[in-house]
Every structure is written in C-alpha cells, then in structure tokens.
Design a protein around this ligand. Structure first.
Ligand code: GDP
Ligand code: ZN
Length: 285
C-alpha cells in the first residue's frame, strides 16, 4: 500500500504482521527498511472514527478512518436506492462525520423529478444537498467548498459517478471510469481498492469501492435513532425515555410522521435499519 509522508512525499509500504489492517485515512507509524525501497508500517495510531460495514461473516470491516465528511452520492441513473443513502447518512451521523448528499447526472433526461421530493427531505432534515453533473460541470464548482481542508469519503451505488466526480476535482488523478452496462443500470467497473486523493485547495477525498448492499455496523439497535437526526431530536419528547419509536404509546416521532413533520419514507428506513441491526446483534452478539 502507499503511504504519504509528513513532507507529502509518497512511498510504498509493507505491513508488519498479519493483524495490522491499516485503511485509507489512517495515521500510522512506519520506518524505512534497510537496503529496500519500501517502508514498514509498525502500528496504527488511535482512530477518531471508522466507517464500517459487516463483512460476509458479519464481522466489522473498516472501510476508512478519521473522516470529517461522508459524501453520499446518488444519481438520475442508476435508479436511486434511497435506503442505501439513508444508511450511509446514518453511519456518518453515528461516527460523528458530516453527511453531504450529492445528486449527480442532472444533465440526463432520466426522471430526476422523482428525486426532488426526497432531496428536499434531506435538506429539510438539515443536510447539505448538491445537485450537479460531472459530465457538463454544472454546479461542480460548489463541491470543493464542501470539502476544503477536510478528509472526506465519497460513497454510493456503483455507477452514480463517484470516479467521474473525483476526476473532475483532480484532473491529474487519471481515474478510469466505467461504462454503465446492460439493463441493470449497475456500473460495470467497480473500484476495488480505496484510494485517497489530495485536493488542489487542501483536503483529501477517498474513493470507495461501490457497495451495493451497504449497512453500517451499529453496535446496538438502540443506537439507530442517532443515525436519523430528525428522529433523534424528537426523542426527548416521547413518553418513555428509552422509546424506540416503534410500538410505544405517546411517541413524538410517530406523531411527527403522522402529521408530516418527519418523512414517512425516512421513518420506514429507520425501522428497516433497526430490524437489520437487531438481526446482526442476535447473530453475532
Ligand atoms: P462510479 O461507479 O460511481 O465511480 O461511477 P463512474 O464515475 O464510473 O460513472 C459511471 C458512468 O456514468 C460513466 O459512464 C460516466 O461517464 C457516467 N457519468 C458520470 N457522471 C455523469 C454525469 O454527470 N452525467 C452523465 N450523463 N453521465 C455521467
Ligand atoms: Zn418515540
């Protein structure tokens, strides 16, 4: 793996031992190896936060660390899976990073109007929402403002244009972008390894492998409400202090869903994530 030194030089490094698993965004201790061009990573500095998902065995896999910002991308094409967007935003919220929603490919004739009410929901909940086109450059100048001086990861379904956006931000990055393939609308090319890019104006973006079925690892189902800021805010107004906002009486959240203060779609996402997290907790304790 590649390592950036304090003086901004870049070197290739090996990892000492099998247990050490550095990820993009990590700060590490490393030393030169005598008579070799490579350095040796000997330890990982404590992390401020981690973006995680369960691996195929349900164990926690860390995608990136020390993030200020999680840029969640969706696009006019492939058809947005808003549940995935909600889960990434929940992960950002719980790990203490800022979630930003970017809706790409506004140049397409695809039915972007379906997306508008959902994007308004995110803005209403307090998220920064940017609609842009990496193809025509529309609104692209606004993206660096969101990222300046920060460590950000760009996530979202495969094919939404993550590589294209990074390309646009860093012309010399020379990322290969994939063609959209066949009827599924899924991108053909998926970036396998995460890569970190320095932005011209300061700040870094991490490219992430397209993860279709993303679910954050949430240590307890009780914590899921922290992932939905508009739900979390209302929690103190519920009758029970430990209200899960599911079947409890006098629940301020359910009342807000009924009178339109909280989006029914976001509440549905919340319930789905509670149930996923409970299943994971039961399986892997
Ligand atoms: P990734 O899988 O999220 O990294 O997506 P890519 O950056 O590889 O883009 C997938 C496809 O969408 C490529 O064919 C891009 O050329 C195309 N694409 C990316 N951004 C835009 C855009 O704003 N408008 C249009 N029309 N196509 C785009
Ligand atoms: Zn409640």
């Amino acid at each position: 793996m590649n390592l950036e030194l304090e003086n901004h030089g870049e070197i290739s490094a090996r990892i000492k031992g099998k247990k050490l698993r550095p990820v993009c965004g990590d700060y590490v201790i490393a030393e030169p190896i005598q008579n070799e061009p490579e350095w040796l990573i000997t330890s990982i500095c404590p992390r401020d936060n981690e973006l995680t998902r369960p691996d195929s065995r349900g164990r926690k896999e860390v995608l990136a660390a020390n993030l200020d910002c999680v840029v969640v991308m969706a696009a006019a094409e492939p058809k947005p899976d808003w549940f995935v967007v909600d889960r990434y935003l929940a992960a950002a919220e719980i790990m203490g990073a800022e979630g930003v929603v970017v809706f790409n490919k506004i140049d397409l004739d695809a039915p972007t109007e379906d997306a508008q009410p959902v994007l308004e929901e995110y803005a209403h909940a307090g998220y920064r929402v940017l609609q842009c086109s990496a193809e025509t450059g529309a609104n692209m100048e606004k993206l660096p403002d969101h990222l300046e001086g920060k460590t950000a990861i760009i996530v979202g379904q495969s094919g939404v244009g993550k590589s294209s956006v990074i390309n646009y931000l860093i012309l010399e990055a020379d990322q290969r972008t994939g063609e959209l393939s066949d009827s599924s609308g899924e991108g053909k090319h998926t970036t396998v390894n995460s890569v970190m890019w320095n932005l011209p104006n300061g700040g870094t973006v991490i490219d992430s492998p397209g993860v279709r079925d993303y679910a954050p690892v949430i240590d307890s189902a009780q914590d899921v409400d922290r992932g939905f800021r508009e739900i979390f805010e209302l929690g103190p107004q519920c009758r029970f202090a430990n209200c899960k906002h599911l079947r409890e009486p006098n629940c301020a959240v359910k009342e807000a869903v009924e009178n339109g203060g909280i989006s029914a779609r976001r509440y549905e996402s919340y319930k789905r994530l509670v149930s996923t997290s409970q299943k994971l907790a039961n399986q892997f304790g």
